[in-house]
Design a protein around this ligand. Structure first.
Ligand code: FES
Length: 138
């Protein structure tokens, strides 16, 4: 294996070029009519996907184990953002369309490590335990 191939393999292993990842909890509480009646959860998921566009990727996962703060969204840094010091940012009580739009704007601006959260999004920041943080799917 050449040096270039080794460097490429190492960069791929580190997630070089990885985009901002928006993880949307859709478990027993987040995204449910029972917990948050009157919220168009499916519509908000699509709104988020549209707002993020090609600037990142959006995925839904099962319960992230902080149900009391549902709906929970985690914005993970891109590879560039991580290199600049960005770390996954946990947001709670994401129930309003404005919040969805601000998440999209943040991702388009570069996300964690490269841009500050816009508008009032910093009010949605939640702190989670290391056990919960480490449970976030890769
Ligand atoms: S369902 Fe989202 S944290 Fe439990």
């Amino acid at each position: 294996m050449s040096r270039r191939e080794r460097d490429g393999a190492r960069d791929r292993k580190r997630g070089a070029g990885a985009p901002v990842t928006v993880t949307v909890c859709r478990g027993c509480c987040c995204g449910t009519e029972a917990k948050h009646p009157g919220v168009d959860h499916a519509g908000q998921y699509e709104r988020l996907r549209t707002a993020v566009g090609s600037a990142g990727r959006v995925r839904a996962v099962k319960c992230l184990d902080v149900c009391t703060q549902s709906n929970v969204v985690v914005v993970g840094p891109s590879a560039e953002g991580r290199a600049a010091g960005g770390r996954p940012v946990w947001l709670g009580f994401v129930l309003m369309d404005d919040m969805i739009d601000e998440i999209g704007a943040w991702v388009r601006a570069g996300g964690p490590g490269l841009a500050d959260p816009p508008g009032l999004l910093d009010l949605q920041l939640i702190s989670v335990s290391r056990r919960v943080r480490e449970g976030l799917p890769e």
